[in-house]
Write a protein that binds this ligand. Structure first.
Ligand SMILES: [Zn+2]
Length: 217
């Protein structure tokens, strides 16, 4: 029986080999985007190698964060088709396309148009890539437990904004974490895990919410 939900901070980004970093920088110099057609490029087998690099990045991200969407916390078996998400949009911040601290895995729903999609999450594009410049809880640079509070009622894991955090509010709204659908889905999964794992709810919640700042009652 699996743990089907996991909310987590990411301690470290993935690392790319020197060769991969060089190739990625060359792609940027040649103005070859992350996806789409490659028309003119002096790099040999650029398209094939680019796809290969993206697959490698995806595998590394899976190892780094486990099979859980970084935003809604659901296991990819429940919310499938994980995609590489560029935290700061790749269309606008091309230079960050292959930057490990800009890459996470998200489920198709969270990465899709109804959630994060093409939303601008960088406050001031000229102010640099520092956590204060993000509207979203940054998976690598922020501690999500500074922004969101977790609690349990009869069957669900509830999320609420902590200390009027704008980032907490943004994440809960953009990813619809407290909409009826996700609440019911999480409730069902928690009941299933409780039975399957034979864990008391409190113990289970401790495993769902990693590194909580204080014990969850
Ligand atoms: Zn998700």
């Amino acid at each position: 029986m699996k743990i089907y939900i996991r909310f987590q901070n990411l301690d470290n980004p993935i690392s790319l080999s020197q060769n991969d970093q060089t190739f990625a920088s060359r792609l940027l110099v040649e103005d070859v985007p992350w996806d789409g057609e490659i028309k003119v490029c002096t790099l040999k087998n650029a398209k094939y190698r680019r796809e290969e690099l993206k697959e490698k990045i995806k595998r590394k991200l899976l190892r780094n964060q486990g099979e859980y969407c970084i935003y809604c916390g659901l296991h990819f078996e429940i919310s499938p088709n994980p995609e590489i998400d560029h935290i700061a949009l790749k269309s606008r911040f091309k230079e960050q396309s292959f930057e490990p601290e800009n890459l996470v895995l998200a489920c198709q729903t969270c990465n899709g148009r109804s959630r994060k999609g093409k939303r601008h999450i960088v406050i001031d594009p000229n102010a640099g890539f520092v956590k204060e410049n993000y509207k979203i809880i940054h998976p690598y640079w922020d501690d999500m437990f500074d922004h969101i509070e977790f609690s349990v009622n009869d069957s669900d894991l509830l999320l609420s904004v902590k200390d009027s955090s704008e980032k907490g509010d943004f994440n809960i709204k953009v990813f619809k974490l407290m909409d009826t659908g996700p609440v019911i889905l999480r409730g069902g999964l928690i009941m299933r895990m409780e039975k399957g794992l034979g864990l008391a709810k409190e113990k289970l919640i401790e495993r769902i919410v990693l590194n909580p700042p204080s014990p969850i009652i």
